[in-house]
Design a protein around this ligand. Sequence first.
Ligand code: OGA
Ligand code: NI
Length: 347
Amino acid sequence: MSTPSAPPILDFSPIYGEDGEAKTRLVEEVRKCCHYNGFFQITGHHVPLELQRRVMNCSKRFFDLPLEEKLKIDKNLNSFNRGYELLRSQMLEVGTGPELKEGLYIGEEIPEDHPYFLQKKLNSGPNQWPQAVPDTEEFQKTTMEYYRAVFELAKDVLAVLALTLGVESSYFDPLTAGAVATMRFLHYPAQPKDEDEILNRGIGAHTDFGCVTLLLQDEVDGLQVLDAPTGEWLDVKPVPGAYVVNLGNLFMRMANDKYKSNTHRVINKSGKERYSIPFFFSGNPDYLCECLPNCRESGEDAKYPAITVQDMVTASYKESYGRAEKYKKEMETKKMDELPAVAAVGA
Ligand code: OGA
Ligand code: NI
C-alpha cells in the first residue's frame, strides 16, 4: 500500500464461516489496513440491508420535523449526551467554521435507576425520543433494533482485531461487556456550490475518539480520508449495505500507535442532502486501556500510561465542543450577528 489508496472493500463473511484459509486472509487484510490508516469497508456482515433501509428512513423522518420539534429534545437539556444537536454545534478543525450538520444522539436505553446513570458514566441515560415523528413506536423500535445489530457487528470487528494482534478472538470481551456506544443520525444539508470550502465543513478534519467506528452512509458521497504521506484526500465511496470501519484514538493508543486512527472529514459538495449513521464504540467505561499484546518491539516501552475508557473519551469531548463555544463567543464579540449563510433545508 505505498501509493495512496482509498479504503478497500473487504468481504467479512469468512468470519462467520468454516473456511480457515479465507479467514486467515481476511485477518491479514484487516491487519494491513490497521497499520496503513485504520480504515476499511466491510460487506458480507450480518446487519440486514432491509434494516439499514428502515433506519435510514427513521433518520430522514426525524430531520424532516420542524426545528421547534427537534429542539424539544435538544441534547443541551441533559448531561448525558442524548438527543438533538443543532447545526453548527461542533467544531473539530481549527481554522474552519462550525459544522454544517445536525444530529440525533442515541445509545443503549439507560433508565434513571441504572448504575451507569447513577454513577454518571459516559453518555449514559434515557434516550430522548421525538414525540412528533410519524409512527413514534416504529421509530423507537427500528432505531433500537438497528443499534443492537450494529453493536453485535462491533463485537465481531473487535474479535477480528484481536486476531490481527495474534491473540484469542475473545480478548476484548472485558471491553465489550457493558460497553457504551453512541449512535448518531446525521444530516448534512446541501452546501451551495460557491460556498467557501475552507470555512464550511460537514465535519472538519478529525480523528474519532473511541475504539472503533462503524459508519453507514447513504448514496451521497462526501466522506474523505487523509493520506498522511502525500496530503491527498481520498474519497470513501458509498457502497450499498457496506460499513466504513475505522479505528479511533483509543485503539491507536492501546496499540502503542502501531495501528492508526486516521484523519477524515466530510464536505458535502454533491448539491444534495446527505445522511449517515456513525456508530461509535467506546467500550466498558471502567475498562483500563493498557498497551495491547504484540504492539511493542523488543525492549520498547509502552508510550502511554493506562487510562480508563471513561477518562479518555470524556477529555476528547470537552476539547471539541469547547472549540465551537469559543468560536461562537468570538463571533459575538466581533458583533457579527450572523454566521455564514447555509442552504435552507426543509424550511
Ligand atoms: C463522524 C464522522 C462521517 C460521516 O461522525 O465522526 O466522521 O460520513 N462521520 O458522517
Ligand atoms: Ni469521524
